[in-house]
Structures are given as structure tokens and as C-alpha cells.
Design a protein around this ligand. Structure first.
Ligand code: G4P
Length: 277
């Protein structure tokens, strides 16, 4: 498979400047990551800046990730002293835990009385959704520009002040795999990657987990055959009776993204021996 991601990291310096500006106002950062890809949905280049304040990692979209893997990730983060909360922006699960943690573990700086909190994350991880959960709908979608502090609003709730707009972190494409995973979860626009290649990547790496071909005794020796199998199973045929692989690829990706294929984690934590002790 030859799917090359052309990524232009041109705005990184600007993003760093804006993030630096944003966090001056914050006591705590809620960094949202996608529970299916907790590493690829993080930008390690920004860590130095993010670490200027205490970070809480919110693993969002847990409804789409494998619960066992999410539990392992939680342990992985905890072992690195990262407070981590599993969140479902769609139904609000985890929101109470966020309030509880913020109210018990963090203190305001200077003469202020309440802790100031901001939400950050790469595109599409659920920043606006979670912000709406935290401060109520209608207020969170006032802007989406990282580091814009002019006209910022603090929404006071449960003894905490939450900045009413999220900070957007640019995604970091460390390698081809990370890029493909980000494309699968919808961070990177599809125009940059052929849908067909993306569907093949999904099937090559996760096809067996999703469809359990082996268990069912179905012979699928390659991602290409996997996509043909899926097209046949779904009855996606062109007029002449040929398989409609384009439709198959598009539908497969849609079904992955909306959870119809099941709860699938694309990254699994590696616990080192020292961590396992
Ligand atoms: P962003 O600000 O970080 O860019 O993300 P945003 O909140 O806009 O959320 C991006 C998409 O992810 C939205 O879907 C949102 O509904 C969905 N989302 C957020 N949290 C969760 C979650 O915990 N689980 C699931 N399954 N989805 C979540 P959308 O298709 O863009 O819009 P819509 O579905 O709300 O119409």
C-alpha cells in the first residue's frame, strides 16, 4: 500500500506562541485525547508548554474504544503520574469526576479565589462537546481559535472558572502510522488521503479484530480481499455486477467512525517491565 501523507507543519511556531499566551491565564489544563489513540492524539512538541501547568488527561469517546484497552491506558497514564479521566462527551459520563478532581486537587494562583481551567486538544477530539458539558450549551461555541484571549469569558461553576473557548493544538504526525490513525478518527481531512488506502489500512491492521474472519473460518489473506469480502457481504455491487469497492471503503470508514463496527482501539499501551513491577 502506498499512501503517503503530505503534512505541512508550517503553523507550529504560531501555535506554540498562541498556546503560551493561552496558558498564562490558566491554573489547570484539561487535555482531551481520543481514547482510541491516546498517543497519536497528543502533540509531544507542545508538552514543554503544556507542562507549565498541571495537566489532566481526558480520554474522550470511550464509547468508541475497547473498554479493556481504555482501562489499560488509564493505568499507563496513572503510572506516569498523569491524572486521567475517562469521558464520554456524548452522554456526559466523566463530567462529575472532572469537577470533583478540580475541586479537590488544584488551587488558584495569586489572589484569585477559584481555579481557572482551560480545555485543549487536537481537532475533532471533542473539545467543544466537553466544554458544553462543563459549562452548559450555547456558551462554548463562541470561538475556536487557539490562544485568542481578547474577549475571553470565564464561566463560573462549582467553584471553578472555565475558559469558554477551547485551545486547538495542531496534530503532530510523527510517522505514517500516526497519520493514518489520525485520518481514521477524522482529525485529518480525507482529501489528504485516498479513502481506499485508509480502508485498506484499517482492514490490514484491525480487520481480524473487527470481523474475526479466522474464528468464522473465512479466508481473507489480504486487506484487498478483506474489502472485497466486506463489499460482497454488504451487497455493494456496480451495475455490471462488479464489486463497488469505493462504496465499500466509504461505508467501512463511516461505520468505524460511528462505532457500528464495534469498540475498536487503534493503540494499545506498552507497559515496560519496570512499570509492571
Ligand atoms: P472539537 O471541538 O475538538 O473539534 O470536537 P467536537 O466537540 O466538535 O466533536 C467532534 C465530533 O465528535 C462531534 O461529532 C461530536 O459529537 C463527537 N463527539 C464528541 N465527544 C464524543 C464522544 O464521547 N463519543 C462520540 N461517539 N462522539 C463524540 P460530529 O459528527 O462532528 O457532530 P455531531 O455528531 O455532534 O453531529
Amino acid at each position: 500500500m502506498d499512501s503517503t501523507i503530505h503534512w505541512y507543519p508550517g503553523h507550529m511556531a504560531k501555535a506554540k506562541r498562541q498556546l503560551n499566551e493561552l496558558i498564562k491565564y490558566l491554573d489547570v489544563i484539561l487535555e482531551i485525547r481520543d481514547a482510541r489513540v491516546p498517543l497519536a492524539s497528543h502533540n509531544s512538541d507542545l508538552e514543554v508548554i503544556l507542562k507549565k501547568r498541571p495537566n489532566i488527561v481526558l480520554l474522550n469517546k470511550i464509547d468508541l474504544a475497547d473498554p479493556k484497552v481504555t482501562k489499560a491506558w488509564k493505568e499507563w497514564f496513572n503510572r506516569q503520574d498523569y491524572p486521567v479521566i475517562e469521558v464520554n462527551g456524548k452522554n456526559g459520563a466523566g463530567t462529575n469526576q472532572i469537577w470533583q478532581l478540580l475541586n479537590t486537587k488544584y488551587s488558584p494562583s495569586g489572589f484569585r479565589k477559584s481555579v481557572r481551567v482551560g480545555v485543549v486538544g487536537i481537532p475533532n477530539v471533542g473539545k467543544s462537546t466537553i466544554l458544553n458539558r462543563l459549562i452548559g450549551s450555547g456558551t462554548a461555541k463562541t470561538g475556536n481559535i487557539p490562544g485568542i484571549t481578547r474577549g475571553k469569558q470565564w464561566i463560573k461553576k462549582k467553584g471553578i472558572e472555565v475558559l469558554d473557548m477551547p485551545g486547538i493544538l495542531p496534530p503532530k504526525i510523527t510517522d505514517q502510522d500516526a497519520g493514518l490513525k489520525l485520518a481514521l478518527i477524522g482529525t485529518i481531512k480525507e482529501q489528504l488521503l485516498p479513502i481506499y488506502d485508509l480502508a485498506l489500512y484499517l482492514l490490514e491492521h484491525y480487520g481480524e479484530v473487527i470481523f474475526r474472519w479466522n474464528e468464522a473460518g473465512i479466508e481473507v489473506d489480504s486487506a484487498e480481499l478483506g474489502l472485497e469480502w466486506y463489499a460482497r457481504k454488504r451487497g455493494f455491487l456496480l451495475k455490471g455486477g462488479e464489486l463497488d469497492l469505493n462504496r465499500a471503503a466509504t461505508t467501512l470508514l463511516q461505520e468505524f467512525r460511528n462505532g457500528r463496527l464495534g469498540q475498536i482501539s487503534l493503540e494499545v499501551p506498552i507497559m515496560t517491565a519496570a512499570q509492571d513491577d
